[in-house]
Design a protein around this ligand. Structure first.
Ligand SMILES: C[S@@+](CC[C@H](N)C(=O)[O-])C[C@H]1O[C@@H](n2cnc3c(N)ncnc32)[C@H](O)[C@@H]1O
Length: 337
């Protein structure tokens, strides 16, 4: 007999902005950071976070029902995962990406239909103007928010790359478009024999420097300011590019892969990682929607499959290239020169 059809999945996805926005507001208001100091009852939490009496109970209980808060008696507390990942005072905080999702992505995704019809970005660059990074970085809030958002979205994959790649065969690495530097930091922490560089636009330097100091790897990794459109990449045994290629159109993707090829010695490796789309383009929904995000954010960027990327690497001269799954929707493509 045919399975009974229900509209459940359609409704859940169509209304997914309700739970998303409830969680994003809780992050914006610092709710989990407040509760990381200890459980609180309704009135004290309401006052500390600044919630209107009409809204507080429903908001907090919705977060309980969604699984982001616990409630015992009249006291609310963080769940183990919200306490670890959404307390701003911890180094494990990944809320940067959620803060950016709330402040920038949520409003610009409201124009998805326009992007789908016109193919044009819907963000700060909508009415023409400079490159996205130049526009974002012109404002210190935008700069800080974006770089910390990158750590939030990349941290889980960064720790896997730091542990799973055969680093013992290499001495040096350069992380191209390093942002706050979390990938370089995780590699350094897991592999004390390595020395690395974080390569990025000069505005990023002070934030990278601060992050490598608080994580205790400033003697292992250094910042190199540069522009990958104008300059060659620094030489190293391994070049990494996390969430870089998807920002750009095909000729730029190929140019960056070629520059990586030129920067490494024979036997060296290029590691490209992001939410690489499955070759059949039917399973990695996050990767496919990330590509829609690139439609909204950039003039020519798009995400791509593992087969696309291994093909571009071979075309650039790499002798071998393969895909390895990392965590969640993320995979890395490794090219060997
Ligand atoms: C999407 S972020 C990725 C950050 C990080 N690799 C990650 O995976 O979390 C892209 C990075 O590329 C850097 N970038 C953009 N244009 C650049 C350029 N022309 N030269 C060097 N870096 C650039 C940005 O500053 C930003 O840090």
């Amino acid at each position: 007999m045919d399975k009974q059809l229900t509209p459940e999945k359609i409704m859940q996805t169509g209304m997914a902005f309700w739970p998303a926005k409830t969680l994003l507001c809780a992050v914006e208001m610092g709710l989990f950071t407040e509760l990381a100091q200890g459980p609180k009852n309704l009135d004290s939490l309401r006052e500390r976070v600044g919630l209107h009496p009409r809204a507080a109970r429903d908001f907090l209980d919705a977060l309980v029902a969604l699984g982001f808060l616990n409630r015992e008696g009249d006291r609310y507390s963080n769940t183990p995962d919200t306490d670890l990942f959404l307390d701003r005072t911890k180094l494990s905080y990944i809320g940067g990406i959620l803060e950016m999702a709330n402040r920038r992505l949520y409003p610009i995704w409201n124009n998805l239909t326009e992007a789908l019809r016109t193919g044009a970005p819907q963000n700060e660059c909508k009415n023409g103007g400079a490159d996205l990074f130049e526009t974002l970085y012109a404002d210190p809030t935008g700069l800080n928010e974006f770089l910390s958002a990158m750590t939030g979205v990349s941290h889980a994959a960064n720790t896997v790359i730091a542990q799973s790649f055969p680093w013992q065969g290499y001495h040096t690495f350069v992380d191209v478009g390093t942002a706050q530097g979390d990938l370089a930091v995780q590699i350094a922490l897991a592999n004390p024999h390595l020395r690395g560089l974080g390569f990025d636009r000069p505005e990023v330097g002070p934030i990278f420097q601060q992050y490598t100091e608080i994580t205790g790897v400033a003697d292992q990794v250094a910042f190199m300011p540069g522009d990958f459109f104008k300059e060659d990449l620094p030489k190293a045994d391994v070049v990494l590019m996390g969430h870089i290629l998807h920002d750009w159109d095909l000729p730029t993707k190929k140019m960056l892969i070629r520059k990586a090829f030129d920067a490494i010695p024979s036997g060296g490796a290029l590691i490209v990682y992001e939410s690489i789309i499955d070759d059949d383009r039917s399973k990695n929904a996050f990767g496919l929607m990330m590509s829609l995000n690139m439609l909204i954010e950039t003039p020519g960027g798009f995400d791509y499959t593992g087969a696309d990327c291994t093909g571009w690497m071979k075309e650039a001269g790499f002798s071998a290239a393969h895909v390895e799954q990392l965590v969640g929707p993320d995979s890395m493509v490794i090219g060997i020169k």
